[in-house]
Design a protein around this ligand. Structure first.
Ligand code: M6R
Length: 360
């Protein structure tokens, strides 16, 4: 049941800290049979395949695997991958991400990869789903059933599993040890406690809603590992509030999207204070100079530096930059949730959408 929550989506947003803690506990307690275990040291490439929000989790993982574990990663939409039938590396592995484990395109992509003798690992939420049954090995997100059509806790739980895999890959490949050390003793604990803090910011998030009041379109910008979060923020907003929204890599602005900017266009900038921050700030100034109203989602330092450039600011807790996608996700989820509630849409059952896309 929804308990005291107005919608399943809000309940599921709030379940994220416990969902992630459970997922990580589950991963720590499994012992993988040697024959089944992926050895990242032996791979020369990892191919990630998924759809929708699960695809965005894969995109975050690409930044993590490449930077931390020095592993080449390609991420593809299942619907493209399955028909492109790309050549596969002899020393490659494939990773399929799916909440339901029944998404038709992802399942077909898995079958194609298996026919090419690839090692196929899956991250699923539903045990015994088709994708789980047909994979060489399965890692589960333990976030419980997700009822809301818009994926929330499944997404961050997928990130939790992927983060676990990245750490393992770094260890096996003897790579990125400094980065891993910089995460501190328990990055998992840091993520869970900072997520709690973001959930306490609901009132602050409601204060920025005037930004979307009369909007017919919105743009989300991010760079690096927050680029997928910009994509996810835009997808969430369009799914449940029906506002047309696009996510862009901030560096792409000049290559087209900036033509859309005028006084009526809200721009959400997802930019923690990291090595790319300065770059994003100059993008922020470019859109502001053209009249856009800007919402900056950042941490303490980022918000301080940009006070005078942004119309609205949501300050999130400061975490290690690698962990930023976890908490920025929660902020964009809440933003789209409250926008949808204000617009009076059917948050849990948005029009034209099904929870599980079992047909093409
Ligand atoms: O069950 P899956 O993770 O395979 O589903 C993939 C997409 O259909 C799903 O993430 C979809 O994009 C959600 N509605 C996003 O909120």
């Amino acid at each position: 049941s929804k308990g005291s929550y107005e919608h399943y989506m809000l309940k599921e947003i709030h379940e994220q800290p416990s969902a992630l803690a459970r997922t990580w506990e589950g991963l720590a307690s499994i012992s993988v049979p040697r024959s089944k275990e992926v050895d990242f040291a032996k791979l020369d490439k990892l191919q990630i395949v998924a759809c929708g929000t699960s695809f965005y989790a894969g995109l975050v993982a690409k930044y993590w695997f490449e930077r931390v574990a020095g592993l080449i990663v390609e991420v593809d939409l299942a619907s493209e991958f399955r028909y492109r039938e790309p050549p596969m590396s002899k020393k490659g592995g494939c990773l399929f991400i799916s909440q339901s484990g029944e998404t038709a395109d992802t399942l077909a992509a898995l079958r194609f990869a298996k026919s090419k003798k690839q090692y196929c690992l899956s991250v699923v939420n539903v045990p015994n789903s088709s994708i789980a049954r047909e994979s060489d090995y399965v890692l589960r997100t333990l976030c419980g059933p997700e009822i809301g059509v818009a994926s929330t806790k499944a997404f961050t739980s997928q990130l939790a599993v992927l983060f676990h895999l990245v750490k393992k890959a770094a260890q096996q490949r003897k790579c990125g040890q400094d980065l891993i050390k910089s995460l501190g003793r328990s990055p998992e604990h840091d993520v869970v406690s900072s997520m709690h803090q973001v959930l306490m910011k609901e009132n602050r998030i409601k204060e920025v809603l005037p930004l979307f009041k009369d909007a017919t379109s919105a743009i989300f910008l991010g760079r690096g590992q927050c680029y997928p979060i910009a994509l996810e923020g835009a997808l969430k907003l369009k799914e449940i509030s029906y506002i047309h929204a696009e996510g862009y890599a901030a560096g792409e602005l000049k290559h087209g999207p900036i033509a859309l900017i005028d006084e009526g266009m809200p721009v959400v900038v997802v930019a923690p204070y990291d090595r790319l921050f300065e770059k994003v700030v100059s993008n922020l100034q470019e859109v502001r100079a053209r009249g856009a109203k800007v919402l900056l989602i950042s941490d303490k330092l980022g918000c301080e530096m940009c006070k005078s450039y942004a119309d609205y600011i949501i300050e999130l807790p400061t975490v290690n930059e690698i962990l930023a996608p976890f908490i920025n996700s929660v902020a964009v989820q809440l933003l789209s949730y409250f926008t949808a509630v204000e617009r009076g849409t059917d948050v849990d059952q948005p029009r034209n959408l099904a929870k599980s896309v079992t047909v093409e």
